[in-house]
Design a protein around this ligand. Structure first.
Ligand SMILES: C[S@@+](CC[C@H](N)C(=O)[O-])C[C@H]1O[C@@H](n2cnc3c(N)ncnc32)[C@H](O)[C@@H]1O
Length: 233
């Protein structure tokens, strides 16, 4: 998956809403991507409760996109964290956005402005294989650039919580394949888990076959269901 302009196929809807023509999908809920992140990925993973009292916590994500999930997580982390605690946010992305595109997409959320400025200032327009940066509040971001399956399989660590945020499974099946869901499971600490906006049956089956206990929860903004799961062993 190359990273040329045409390959990325980015279009803008309603001014600042990024849309992928390559995958035929928006990057997040059109109503409010930040509120969707809070509901699906943060609350879906039992956060902030699960990071309370922890010295270090690792979140991993499939699909960095605009960085919105990272920034909303950082915003909530700085409200709740113990002063010496550290958050690692590790994301996997094949088609990194340009800094100017991120700025345009993140414009609607004044709550994130100062954090978004810090991210955008550090973000390289020609992303290397691995972008790693320490930010304030004990936050470290690592973005592995490349095909998710390859990059997750080669990642040497495990996450406490996963955000599964590929485009819609019907349009972006590589981000939900049995092999990738197995790699996600293998890179989850025992007792850790995942959350995703998707409730597609085959995605849930792939996650269950990988070893997760998979549950349905109410989805965001009128969506009936989303999925969460735990690694029990
Ligand atoms: C729904 S968007 C993620 C939105 C993002 N979490 C945010 O906060 O803006 C899905 C992302 O997955 C990336 N992607 C799609 N297929 C991929 C693949 N096979 N490997 C890695 N990344 C992929 C896309 O480039 C896109 O940025």
């Amino acid at each position: 998956m190359g990273n040329s302009e045409s390959n990325r196929g980015l279009e803008w809807h309603a001014g600042d809403m990024p849309y992928s023509t390559r995958f035929g999908d928006h990057f997040y809920a059109r109503s409010d991507g930040r509120a969707e992140c809070a509901h699906v990925f943060i609350a879906g993973n039992g956060l902030p409760d699960r990071w309370r009292g922890r010295d270090a916590f690792t979140i991993a994500e499939l699909g960095f996109g605009t960085g919105l999930n990272f920034l909303e997580t950082w915003r909530q982390w700085r409200e709740h964290r113990h002063p010496s605690a550290r958050l690692r946010f590790v994301s996997f992305e094949a088609l990194p956005m340009r800094a100017a595109e991120m700025r345009r997409a993140l414009g609607p959320w004044p709550q994130l402005e100062s954090l978004a400025n810090a991210l955008i200032q550090a973000w390289p327009d020609n992303a290397p294989n691995l972008f790693a940066q320490d930010f304030d509040d004990g936050v470290r971001l690592e973005v592995h650039i490349g095909e998710a399956l390859d990059r997750v399989c080669n990642w040497r660590e495990q996450a406490d919580a996963w955000y599964l945020d590929g485009f819609a499974p019907s349009r972006n099946p590589d981000m939900w394949s049995p092999a990738l869901m197995q790699a996600v499971f293998d890179h989850t600490v025992p007792g850790g888990g995942f959350a995703t906006y998707s409730a597609a049956g085959w995605v849930r089956r792939n996650l269950a076959a990988a070893g997760f206990e998979v549950l349905k929860q109410p989805g965001f903004a009128g969506k009936r269901d989303m999925s969460v799961g735990v690694r029990r062993d």
